[in-house]
Design a binder for this molecule. Sequence first.
Ligand code: ATP
Ligand code: MG
Length: 366
Amino acid sequence: MVTQDAVLDALRAVKDPEAQQDIVSLGLIRDLAIADSQVSFTLAFTSQSPASKATLHSMASRAVGRVPGVSKVQVKMGAGQPARSAPAPHAHGHAHGQPKPENFIPEVKQTIAVSSGKGGVGKSTVTVNLAVALREAGGAVGIIDSDVYGPDIPLMLGTRGRPGMFDNRIIPVEAHGMKMMSIGLLVNDKEPLVWRGPMIHSFIQQMLKDVNWGALDYLVFDMPPGTGDAQLSLSQVIPLSGVVMVTTPQEVALLDVRKAIAMFQKLNVPILGIVENMSYFVAPDTGKRYSIFGEGGGKKLADEYGVPLLAQVPLDPATRQAGDEGTPITLRAPDSIQARTFRELSMAVRRRLDELGALRPLPKIG
Ligand SMILES: Nc1ncnc2c1ncn2[C@@H]1O[C@H](COP(=O)(O)OP(=O)(O)OP(=O)(O)O)[C@@H](O)[C@H]1O
Ligand SMILES: [Mg+2]
């Protein structure tokens, strides 16, 4: 049987000579369809020269033709919308007939939310470490702390001071080579934050519209726990590329994540996959592995929803300490198991974004 993965792997070997990147990562593959041994897809060209278009068309066709089991390849050429910045209308959770939301962040390629059903499972830790790993892989990365109730990102990235203003727009703060915005940068951290639904909606809109993010490959959102106004607002305000669901392995945590997944599915937000955090603990003295919160929860969820288990992150005191002290573990201890796991997570997320991009139909023009 010909699988989507096999076809995408073959296509990853084809590089755009101008952009020096493979055509899957560039988001050129759309409408990928596999029917038995026949494969068809569209090359959604953007600014390629006519010569490059012709070369890429024949290279892509040949690469897929060599995949075992493929008998026929049909490659269409699509027209010039930039690949990721203008996703198809169906992907953003708006019912037919409703006005299309304005694109507040046209220069941002991928928007990733990190969410969970429960509090304290490690969303913020996953957010900052995933962001660092995406940055290390060469991406331009921004972080929006959408946890309006408990904005932890400034602490975890060690940022102080207020964001600046230029031309009536907010300049995000810089932390470890990334851009970041959080309500925590604007308020006194001893004051409780009381929010009503509409305020959350306008806060999220403001974080996109009034902040000068510039060109970014990834904008990562740290979400508050649960299935509340922030999740709803975010998925209404922008077409999210996808959501990473964080859970701990035990049954009670899974129950809440199921509700959260169901909510995102209802809102048409693609589920990128599951991160099982605090998966296990390796005793530093004996090397013995303990499953403190039980075993297999992440895998079970992933199988249940047919999404990948993106990573299993061990429980590790240094990770907590790194977060408290403002330098994510992936930066502080790049050779640790934690850092390796977060780098693998970032690769799994990128792969998954490529795949979902390939399944997305081309936007209709005219
Ligand atoms: N793998 C891990 N090993 C050790 N400590 C961890 C790990 N992941 C997270 N922690 C710690 O657990 C605590 C909760 O994590 P974090 O703040 O990331 O969770 P959260 O889901 O964002 O919580 P909240 O719902 O309150 O926003 C933090 O002190 C964090 O440093
Ligand atoms: Mg948090």
